[in-house]
Ligand binder design. Sequence first.
Ligand code: ADP
Ligand code: ADP
Length: 228
Amino acid sequence: MITFKNVFKEYGNGVMALSNINLTVPRGDFVFLVGSSGAGKSTLVKLLIREESVTRGNIYIHNQDITKLTKTQVPRLRRNISVVFQDFRLLAKRNVYENVVFPLEVQGHSRAYNKEHVEHALELVGLKDKAKSYPSELSGGEGQRVSIARAIVNHAPYLVCDEPTGNLDEHTAMEIMAALENINKAGTTIIMATHAINIVNTMQKRVITLKGGKIESDVERGSYYEMV
Ligand code: ADP
Ligand code: ADP
């Protein structure tokens, strides 16, 4: 379970990006984080992966308060929570297999262990036949699915996605959502920040709406209506 308790984030310039955020995400959930630009979605994601630190409050992952982690402990956080960005961030000189195996290599498992887990991750995103391709040879949707495979290969229980379909057309975006739904069904808890109204309304999952740094609503099987 992830818990935010009275979380505030104020940037150095005085912008209060998040104020008094309280929420819980149980294991197995699929949660959309929505809201117009500047609402605080990216900030919430950055706090979860400790790319930014809270100004006040606590964030618990598995009963561990991640706001208390020291800099040297932060890399270990990625074993519990991994992340997918809008801009895939693949290594151009490595093929698909080599990109996906990357997070496992530092852990010192056997080659057979790595192979099994990379193949399983590629299978979950429907890319088993692309293992030898290079990023430049992939479509946008395939590139994002590789980045998702890399994020799940170490079986972190939580996956955070920040606008994962932002660079993709509608059809390709739905392929990404199918891959994420597969991954969620296989047991990974997913938190996805997005502007994509159609996706949110099609998927019928939990929807947390941020507005001006506050939680405006939090509904099961919700929809997203952007207030103009
Ligand atoms: P969203 O992802 O919903 O568009 P953000 O979390 O990026 O929202 O931004 C929330 C608010 O915090 C905005 O007012 C934004 O300008 C501000 N903000 C975001 N990042 C920074 C930063 N690094 N320094 C100062 N202000 C920031
Ligand atoms: P998105 O809307 O795609 O989430 P943003 O425009 O909110 O992207 O932010 C893009 C980057 O710029 C982020 O790294 C964010 O932290 C930073 N940023 C956003 N607003 C500000 C700001 N007012 N001052 C400094 N950095 C900012």
